[in-house]
Every structure is written in structure tokens, then in C-alpha cells.
Design a protein around this ligand. Sequence first.
Ligand code: GTP
Ligand code: MG
Length: 489
Amino acid sequence: MTKTPRITKTPILDHLDGDEHDTDWAGHDPSVGEMQLDERSALRRVAGLSTELTDITEVEYRQLRLERVVLVGVWTHGTAAQAEASMAELAALAETAGSEVLEGLVQRRDKPDAATYIGSGKAGELREVVLATGADTVIADGELTPAQLTALEKVVKVKVVDRTALILDIFAQHATSSEGKAQVALAQMQYMLPRLRGWGESMSRQAGGRAGSNGGVGLRGPGETKIETDRRRIRERMAKLRREIKEMKGARDTKRTRRLRNEVPSVAIIGYTNAGKSSLLNSLTGAGVLVQNALFATLDPTTRKAEFEDGRQYVLTDTVGFVRHLPTQLVEAFRSTLEEVADADLLLHVVDGSDPLPTDQIKAVREVVTEVLRETDAPAPPELLVVNKIDAADPVTLTQLRGVLPGAVFVSARTGEGIAELRERLAEIVKAPEVEVTVLVPYTRGDLVARIHADGRILGSSHEPEGTLVRAKVPEALASALQDYRHSA
Ligand SMILES: Nc1nc2c(ncn2[C@@H]2O[C@H](COP(=O)(O)OP(=O)(O)OP(=O)(O)O)[C@@H](O)[C@H]2O)c(=O)[nH]1
Ligand SMILES: [Mg+2]
């Protein structure tokens, strides 16, 4: 067991480190870890020597891959199951980024330590775990301040990476479209900017060795001037990226407007990462979209044509998955996906029924959707919950879910169970094409305005002296009821 009861191994992570469960850390020969650490420090020295900005970003991010990592989390609130789920997710994220997870530690605290994230005593124990396992990186389950990262690195003497950097790294590896790549690069730079000094310092400290040496000529961190230059260059690159993204977005908007004009109904598949969104797109349309047991396999929205039972056509868009504690830097990157979402006639919200805490996933997804839609003035489209993976889910959990999610459809994209019912529900909900109207409704006909709200989609409205001016998409029948109030702009 670990030496203190307050830092506990997360049982759910046990399979990740084999049968090391009862190892006494102090019993290990630390020299093995020491040697490996020295080797890695030596390798890192080369990276630290290069003071070119491109090397700082590229080297740091590339180095996250294929590393041997120890996870550490602070459990501040919620149940033990939630704390474990968060650590299991961090492990999955780390593995998706290409790391090998050796150990997971959680400390129960009221709040993260202001200086070192976990308490300073526990940080010392973490150092021992790092030595015993031969880990070269610690991944913290939160977003650490630049000072916390530096202080914790000082104690554990290996690189410390936080959850945000990890997610950014995965996004960087998975982005394929030029817009996606640009957005992730921008998010990475936003993250790097305030941490520039910290990264430089930690690299020079590691390169300088741990035997009390202070580095030497060429091994000290970049000087103030160098940092200022780097910051300015990063800002310039960010400005350039923003301009490029704006142009790409213009092109995409045109494409979307064309589709809207065609009046083809659109359905957007959203949901937690790894819920089976791409699998569902495949089973509904026969498309061969990439499916992977990895987080964030899909980053760029993919749109496919599909048909309802009655032969009507619609388009189905697969989107990037969501995750708890989405880095703020990435909300912008998500916006391109969410613009598709805002335009959709229906959101197909996919939930992994085999997850231990599916309702937490639903909540996390809805939070991101609300957060991003708040900035567009469009109201959120209606949502149909789809509980997927029922073939793998625990029957008791499923029964509970049926109770708390009465409107949901239960399916398995793998076995095809429930897919026919899903198709029917889709056709029912996405009604025949709507008509766009601009009407000036007198204040005496509040009932009509209420109907537009209930049955239609408001695109814009204002209060004029003569009544409410509304631009909306409404069903055919409502459009004729509004005939007398048509307004030409
Ligand atoms: N048992 C079971 N596994 C499924 C089902 N649907 C999907 N999976 C598996 O779940 C994993 C994730 O599936 P994807 O379709 O890639 O999930 P996603 O939501 O698109 O994931 P991201 O794009 O990474 O966010 C894959 O390993 C799938 O084979 C299902 O109905 N049953
Ligand atoms: Mg996917």
C-alpha cells in the first residue's frame, strides 16, 4: 500500500499498473528510476538548449506522447465514485495522448493547495512514487496556475502537465481540417503565453541535473528579454491565426447558408466523448466514419446525407465529443462545431449507457452547449436523448435510466437494437420543411406570438410601436395563420 492513508490509489486504476498493488515504495531500489530520470533529463537538455520559440511549443507538446506518467488528483467535492470516474477519465485521456499510465493518486482536500496543488507533504510522497515507478511525467487532474506547475515540478523533479495541456495535446494530434488545426494551435498558444517562463525555467532546471547543480552556461532559462521576444512572437502568431480562422469561417458559413436555403432538415449528433456518436452516424447512414475506442477520435464535424422512413432527406452531422472541465481555450475551437449545432433542427444527444455515471455526462454536455449557445442569439434546438451501448450496459442502470430519462430512445449502434425506433422518432420530430416568415403581430395577438415560440424557431424579434416584429421559421400551418401579419422588411 502507499505509505499514508490520505493519498490513496484509485482502485479503478489498478489494472493499469498490474500487480504492483502491495508494493512498498520505500522497498524499491530508487536507483533504477534515478538512472532513467537522468537519461531523460539528458535528452531533454537538447530541447532546453534550443531557445527557438517553435521548439518550445513543438517539443513540449510532442514530448507528451509515449511517456510514462503518474496521475495525481485532488478530490474536493462529490462522491468517491465521481472522484474515481474523473481519474479514470484522466487515465483514458493520458493513454489517448500516447502515455503509459503507471499509477494514479488522489488526495482528499477542501481545495487544491495554492502553492503546489496537492499538499506539500504529499508532493514529497509523489516524488517517491515517481522514483519508484520510473515515471518521467506527472499529470495533474485540473488546470494548474503557472506558479503551481513550477512549484510542483520543483518537488517531484519531473515534468508536470495539467489536464488542460493534455486535452490540448490530444486535440493537436487529432485535428485534420486546416480550420481545426488553426483553432487548436491558437488554443495552445493562449495556454502557453502565461506559462512561457515556467516552461523555460523547468526545462533549464531539469537540464541542469538534480545533483544540486544550477545548470551552466546555455542551460539557464531564457532571460527576460528572450521571454519578451517570445511573447511578442506568440502574440503575432495568434493574431495571424485569428485572421486566418476568420477567413475559413467565412467560407464555411457560405456553405451552410446554401444548405439552409435548400431547406433540408439537419440533425446534429452531440454527446460526451466516446459515447458512440460516430458509430451512430454510421449505423443511421451507412457512412464509414472513423470509430475508435479513444477520446476525441472525431474533431471536425462530418456531415452525411440520410433518409427518414418516409423517404424525406435530411443531413446528419457528427461532432466533436465533450468532456468535463473543458479547457476555456478550447471553447472557441468547439464553437465551429457548435455553430452546426445551433443551426440544427434537432440535437441527437448520445449518452454512453455503459458508463458508470451517464447522468453526469449528460449534465456536462448540456453545460457546454448552453455556454456556447449563450453567445449566439439562437435558441437551442430541441434535443432527443439517445442512450447507446445498451448491449454492454448493466441492466439495473438501464432500468434506472429509463426512469429518469422518460423521453430517451435506447439503442445499440453495435447490434442495431433500437435503431429502427430511433429512425421513427427522428422522422416524427423533424417535421416537414418549415417556412421562414417575417411578421408584425399586434400586441392584441399575444396568442400568435406564443404559438411562434412554441412551434417555430425565432430567428430575431423586436418590439415596435405597432406590435412585435418577428422573423421565424414556422410549420406550414402556422405560416398560413400568420398570413395577415406578413411584413416586408
Ligand atoms: N458495446 C458497444 N460499443 C459501442 C457501441 N457504439 C459504439 N461503441 C464503441 O465505443 C467506442 C467509441 O465509439 P465512437 O463511435 O468512436 O464514439 P464517438 O462518440 O464518436 O467518440 P469521439 O469521436 O472520440 O468523441 C468504439 O470503441 C465503439 O466500437 C455500442 O452500441 N455498443
Ligand atoms: Mg467520433
